[in-house]
Ligand binder design. Structure first.
Ligand code: PEP
Ligand code: MN
Length: 346
């Protein structure tokens, strides 16, 4: 339910409503809009239905939240969410998060090398996997904590926020310690325990769309994170399964405006995993910006043939610099900006 408050509702009345809801075991979510203040009521549907909401002083109307994603949907929050990921970088509301880096963290020297080049090109978030969800148990699985330490060191030295994947609820605390943004990979998009666990952290979450997930599935997964207390979710389109093997996955670009109709969270596109083909990445990156994406995620490696994971889809640093300069020009034309990462970890 959404409680629509009277324009004249006093702070004391709002506090009284929130206290009454809490006493019923419900969770009030205050949303202060330009014209009206709303209180979203989250919790057991039966309790909500029977609660005397209309009778509370200051209440003008009570309307149901129609969509199942109550916190991620626009009914309760009409304005776009803008997510501060640290180092002066905001994602959403016209500010683009440009994520770049290798698929996996392979060592300090090579990560410094790649990170310096992508930062010089304008990337404002550094990526690198320390725990890799590989299709085969016999391939490189990532450097684990050693990788996280390297990522942190490079991010701090080059003044960039970092993002890395967590695959196991037992490792959330460890990953949270080192990273600025916690990535949930496509394969874990519906690992609900993992979603709730990252929902209890205070770091923004990059939630990648599952390869067979509908948009509604994705939004419900975002809801899991938000319901656990963490509102800072960034969605990521990374391609879905299709019948056509000519690209690694099928990039669903229409998903960007489609999601934005329903949901206030920022949406980033990952053309690297979506296409799997470096020569298609520049065109799809520009198309993502044109479609309204709040950022683009691209895998970059200085020696793709020696990469321990996803080398076949990595852009070379100079290719990344070229596409970044085009994306920055297009973004500027569309009135959007790419903030420069700087400063220290919050
Ligand atoms: C990745 O970002 O390296 C990755 C494994 O992505 P996805 O979960 O989208 O396959
Ligand atoms: Mn990868």
């Amino acid at each position: 339910m959404i409680i629509v408050l009277k324009p004249t509702a006093s702070p004391e009345q709002i506090e009284h409503i929130c206290d009454s809801l809490t006493a019923l075991g419900l969770r009030p979510e205050i949303s202060r809009g330009v014209k009206r203040t709303l209180i979203g009521v989250i919790g057991d549907e039966d309790v909500i239905r029977n609660a005397p909401l209309r009778a509370m002083p200051g209440v003008e109307d009570v309307v149901p939240i129609l969509k199942p994603y109550k916190l991620a949907g626009r009914e309760l929050q009409a304005e776009d969410s803008v997510i501060d990921v640290g180092f002066g970088v905001k994602v959403g509301g016209g500010s683009l998060g440009m994520i770049a880096g290798p698929c996996a963290i392979e060592g300090e020297e090579i990560l410094f090398d790649i990170a310096r080049s992508v930062k010089a090109a304008g990337a404002n978030i550094l990526r690198g996997g320390a725990f890799k969800p590989r299709s085969s148990p016999y391939t490189f699985q990532g450097l684990g904590e050693e990788g996280l330490k390297i990522l942190r060191k490079v991010g701090d030295e080059l003044e960039m926020p970092v993002v890395t994947e967590v695959m196991d609820p037992r490792q959330v605390e460890l990953v949270e310690r080192y990273t600025d943004i916690i990535q949930i990979g496509a394969r874990n998009m519906q690992n609900f325990n993992l979603l709730s666990e990252v929902g209890r952290t205070r770091r923004p979450v990059l939630l990648k769309r599952g390869m067979s997930a509908t948009i509604s599935d994705l939004l419900m997964s975002a809801e899991y994170v938000m319901a656990a207390g963490n509102r800072r979710v960034i969605l990521c389109e990374r391609g879905i399964k299709s019948f056509d093997p000519s690209t690694r996955n099928l990039l669903d670009l229409a998903m960007v405006p489609n999601v934005k109709q329903e949901c206030h969270l920022p949406v980033i596109v990952d053309p690297s995993h979506a296409t799997g083909r470096p020569e298609l990445i520049p065109a799809m990156s520009l198309a993502s910006i044109a479609a309204g994406a709040d950022g683009v995620h691209i895998e970059v490696h200085s020696i793709p043939e020696k990469a321990l994971s996803d080398g076949q889809q990595a852009l070379l640093p100079e290719q990344y610099a070229e596409v970044m300069s085009q994306m920055k020009r297009l973004a500027a034309q569309l009135g959007r900006t790419v903030p420069e990462a700087h400063g220290q970890r919050a």
